[in-house]
Ligand binder design. Structure first.
Ligand code: NAD
Length: 490
């Protein structure tokens, strides 16, 4: 098998397996071929991972922040040096085109390790003058944190969760998605090679039940999940019942609003990127494309012309721009939504088929698809599809656009394309979403907060927000000897 790792799990600085674990086949989405066979973690493996993390964490938290940061920065360098191999693993695991995984996956994890490895040395508490006596705050590590990942950006998510957690002195047990278990193991090896003490970053494989086992484990103090809204609800209620810290990075159905005065060619590029990059499997995609009536037809014609030219096929070919969906289940879901769109009366303007690609019969491909004539009450305009399906919805005025944009349960992201600076700010401020990009596509800037409103999640990642994710703030109040204590009963 062409991507078989040494074993299924990485615990306490080494690979382990447990023959009792349920089989977990790893499928190459371009062909349907099994490329590795792993096992889901048994309760025994889970216990070993949590115990290794618990034992290693206190000494790690006592190191100088700059020393912890140095190890993360060394790991970032190794990630960059191995980028070509890691991109290949990520493409085999996810099916994403290699031209994407070479620039967007391990490199993004490396940036994150480098950023938090540097930032941690500058992160302090505060001193508060109380008029003589004073108080100071300490930012203290939480202990053992659990990270649970989705399948669209496996090594990036593992990096985004582990880097700030480790930088602040925590240990982590990470469970990748059952669909994409490979690259987190590679990251664990790299951390060890960079000098991370054993037990601080552990990887356990498995389905939702293993994730739930982690969330419910008494030693785990914090849970950070990237996944769908239904999973987020389950995790949040279990974590809540045990009074644990929990952050939720969940799904979205984000508006992308294009006004008459926008740079149309750029806006079309942004819309295409926000629907077809990573085969449309990005949480913050702008999948509801609202186009003002004056430019609607021109926008649609050019969008279709460009969409038809997207090169779909072998993800390992550097010329390929779009690969398959991650799994058969996701493929069937996306094909199902294309059927629903047609049934509900939307106009299938381009794509919508399963392409036949020589040598890739067993793959999970769907053509990049554009629906026009969509109304805001159709299911394809309201539900997260998580595939290459773009819906164009016409609007008339600024007020009309804002009302339509906010009429969903999600609130992860928003995009505004306009040449009018005042309108750009007005609309950006009115959109109910955690992040809004103006005249630009979805770019992650590490020092800025990333996260959603409404059903799209709780908490923000990025910059100091990530540190808050993984720390408790303790207030220590100091008397200076003159404090009069009431002499009760004296
Ligand atoms: P999913 O919810 O099916 O699974 C996410 C992870 O949660 C997996 O590792 C899964 O095994 C685990 N899990 C499932 N049930 C669990 C339970 N009861 N307890 C604990 N863990 C459990 O999501 P997915 O299909 O892997 O990923 C796609 C979803 O992720 C989309 O909705 C997408 O929008 C979202 N996503 C969000 C962000 C973000 O930052 N907001 C980023 C990427 C993906």
């Amino acid at each position: 098998m062409r991507a078989q790792p040494t074993a299924s799990h990485y615990v306490n600085g080494r690979y382990i397996d447990d023959e009792q674990g349920a089989p977990l086949p790893v499928i190459y989405p371009a062909t349907g071929e099994t490329i590795a066979m792993l096992r889901s973690a048994t309760p025994n493996v889970l216990e070993l991972a949590v115990e290794a993390a618990r034992a290693a964490q206190p000494a790690w938290a006592r190191l100088k922040p700059v020393e912890r940061g140095r190890i993360l920065r060394r790991a970032a360098d190794i990630l960059r040096a191995r980028n070509a191999d890691l991109a290949r693993i990520e493409t085999l695991d996810t099916g994403k085109a290699i031209q994407e995984t070479l620039v967007a996956d391990a490199p993004s994890a490396a940036d994150c390790l480098e950023y938090f490895g540097g930032a941690v040395a500058t992160y302090n508490g505060e001193a508060v003058d109380l008029g003589g006596p004073f108080a100071y705050t300490r930012r203290e590590a939480l202990g053992v944190c659990a990270g649970i990942g989705a399948w669209n950006y496996p090594i990036q998510i593992a990096g985004w969760k582990s880097a700030p957690a480790l930088a602040m002195g925590n240990a982590m047990v990470f469970k990748p998605s059952e669909n994409t278990p490979l690259s987190a193991l590679a990251l664990a090896e790299i951390y060890s090679e960079a000098g991370l003490p054993d037990g601080l970053f552990n990887v356990v494989q498995g389905y939702g039940d293993v994730g739930a086992g982690l969330v419910g484990h008494d030693v785990v103090a914090k849970v950070s999940v990237t996944g769908s809204v239904p999973t987020g609800r389950k995790v949040l209620s279990l974590a809540g019942s045990k009074m644990k810290h929990a952050t939720m990075e969940l799904g979205g159905k984000s508006p992308l609003i294009v006004f008459d005065d926008a740079d149309i060619e750029n806006a079309i590029g942004g819309a295409m990127l926000g629907n077809f990059y990573s085969t449309g499997q990005i949480c913050s995609n702008g999948t509801r494309v609202f186009v003002q009536s004056g430019i609607h037809d021109r926008f649609v014609d050019r969008l279709i012309e460009r969409t038809k030219k997207i090169r779909i096929g072998d993800p390992l070919d550097p010329e390929t721009q779009m690969g398959p969906l991650v799994s058969k289940a996701q493929h069937d879901k996306v094909v199902g939504y294309i059927g629903i769109g047609k049934q509900d009366g939307a106009v299938l303007a381009c794509g919508g088929n399963v392409p036949s690609l020589q040598g890739f019969d067993g793959g999970f491909f769907v053509e990049p698809t554009v629906f026009t004539g969509v109304t805001d009450n159709m299911r394809i305009a309201r539900e997260e599809i998580f595939g290459p399906v773009l819906t164009v919805i016409p609007f008339t005025t600024e007020e009309d656009a804002i009302a339509k944009a906010n009429d969903v349960d999600y609130g992860l992201a928003g995009y505004v394309w306009t040449g009018d600076a005042g309108r750009a700010h007005r609309v950006a401020q009115a959109i109910e979403a955690g992040m809004v990009w103006v005249n630009s596509e979805n770019v992650r800037h590490l020092p800025t907060p990333f996260g959603g409103m409404k059903s799209s999640g709780i908490g923000r990642d990025g910059g100091d927000y990530s540190f808050d994710f993984y720390m408790e703030t303790k207030n220590i109040a100091i008397g200076l000897g003159q404090h009069k204590v009431p002499k009760l009963g004296a």
